[in-house]
Design a protein around this ligand. Structure first.
Ligand code: NAI
Ligand code: 15L
Length: 264
C-alpha cells in the first residue's frame, strides 16, 4: 500500500510496529500525542490528540490503511476513556468514511470479554463481558467497526489482543501472551487478504494453555508460531501462581475484574 497510518506510535506496541511494519507501505504516517522523535526514512510524523476531530480528519486523509494503537490502554476515569477511546474512535471512523480509507486494524482487548471465566473456551461469536470502563470502550470500538462496515463497507479487523509484550509477566499471561512477531504476521494477513470483512480475532500466540478459538477466521491464513510455554519454568521460579479463588486465576481479564470505577 502507499500510505499506512500507525496511531499510538509512541506507545509500547506502536513503537514496535513502527519498526516492524515499515515493509508494508511506501510511506508510514506515524502519529501520537506524545513526542515521536525524528522521522526515519519513509516516515512522516503527524503529532495530534485523537480527540481533536479536525486533526484526525487531516491525519487520515491520504492513507490506504490504519493500524490503530492509539488510546488509553488500561482502566482509567470515564473522562480519560471517553476522550481517548470513544471520541477518538468516532473521529477515526468518520475521517475514514470521508476519505474512503479501506482497511483498519482496531486494537481491541481481551478486557472486552474479561468477565468470562478462565475455564471457558471463547470464539468470535461469544457474548462480550467487559470487565471495566476500558473494556466497555473496546466493545464500543468493535460496534463502531461493525456499523461502519455494514453501512459504508469500511473493513476492520478487531483484534482482541491478549497480552502483547516481550514475555508473559505472570501466570495468566501464559494463556493471553502474543509475541510481536505473531502480531506482525497477523497484521500482514489482515492487509493482504483479498476480502477482510469485519472479523473478531483473538490476538494470542499458539500457547499450549489457550482459551480462544480463531476457527471462524481461518480464511485470513494466520498461523501464530510462538508459544508461551518456554517462559513457564522461569515464571514458576520467580513467583507462585495465584490461589484458585483469586480474580487473576478465575477470570480471563484477571485483575481488571477487581478494579473499581476510577473517579475523575
Ligand atoms: P500504550 O499505552 O503503551 O500506548 C498507547 C499510545 O496511545 C501512547 O503512546 C499514548 O500517548 C497514545 N494515546 C493515548 N491517548 C491518546 C490520544 N487521545 N491521542 C493521541 N494519542 C493517544 O499502549 P499499548 O500497550 O501500546 O497498546 C496499544 C493499543 O493496544 C491500545 O489501544 C491498547 O488498548 C491495545 N491493547 C494492548 C494490549 C497489550 O498487551 N499491550 C492488550 C490489549 C489491547
Ligand atoms: C490490555 O488491554 C492492556 O492494554 C495491557 O496493558 C495488558 O494489561 C493486557 O490488556 C492484559 O490483559 O494483559
Amino acid at each position: 500500500m502507499k500510505r499506512l497510518l500507525i496511531t499510538g506510535a509512541a506507545g509500547s506496541i506502536g513503537s514496535e510496529m513502527r519498526r516492524r511494519l515499515a515493509h508494508l507501505a511506501t510511506t508510514l504516517r506515524i502519529s501520537d500525542r506524545n513526542d515521536l522523535g525524528e522521522a526515519r526514512a519513509n516516515e512522516e510524523i503527524m503529532q495530534c490528540d485523537l480527540a481533536d476531530k479536525q486533526a484526525v480528519d487531516e491525519l487520515v486523509k491520504g492513507c490506504d490503511g490504519i493500524a490503530h494503537f492509539g488510546g488509553q490502554s488500561v482502566e482509567a476515569s470515564w473522562e480519560v476513556i471517553r476522550n481517548s477511546n470513544i471520541e477518538s474512535v468516532f473521529n477515526l471512523y468518520e475521517a475514514a468514511r470521508r476519505h474512503g480509507c479501506p482497511r483498519i486494524v482496531f486494537a481491541s482487548s481481551n478486557h472486552a470479554i474479561g468477565f468470562h471465566k478462565q475455564t471457558e473456551k471463547l470464539d468470535a461469536d461469544t457474548k462480550t463481558r467487559p470487565d471495566g470502563l476500558y473494556g466497555v470502550s473496546k466493545v464500543f470500538g468493535e460496534a463502531m467497526a461493525s456499523m461502519y462496515f455494514d453501512k459504508f463497507g469500511i473493513e476492520t479487523a478487531c483484534v482482541r489482543i491478549g497480552s502483547c509484550f516481550p514475555a508473559p509477566i505472570d501466570h495468566r499471561m501464559l494463556s493471553t501472551w502474543m509475541s510481536y512477531e505473531d502480531f506482525v504476521s497477523l497484521i500482514e494477513c489482515i492487509f493482504t487478504v483479498p476480502r477482510l470483512g469485519c472479523p473478531i480475532i483473538y490476538g494470542a500466540s499458539d500457547n499450549d494453555c489457550k482459551w480462544w478459538d480463531n476457527g471462524k477466521t481461518t480464511y485470513l491464513g494466520w498461523r501464530p508460531k510462538d508459544n508461551s510455554e518456554k517462559f513457564r519454568a522461569g515464571l514458576d521460579a520467580k513467583m507462585e501462581p495465584p490461589p484458585a479463588s483469586d480474580p487473576r486465576a478465575v477470570y480471563q481479564g484477571g485483575i481488571f475484574t477487581a478494579d473499581g470505577i476510577h473517579e475523575d
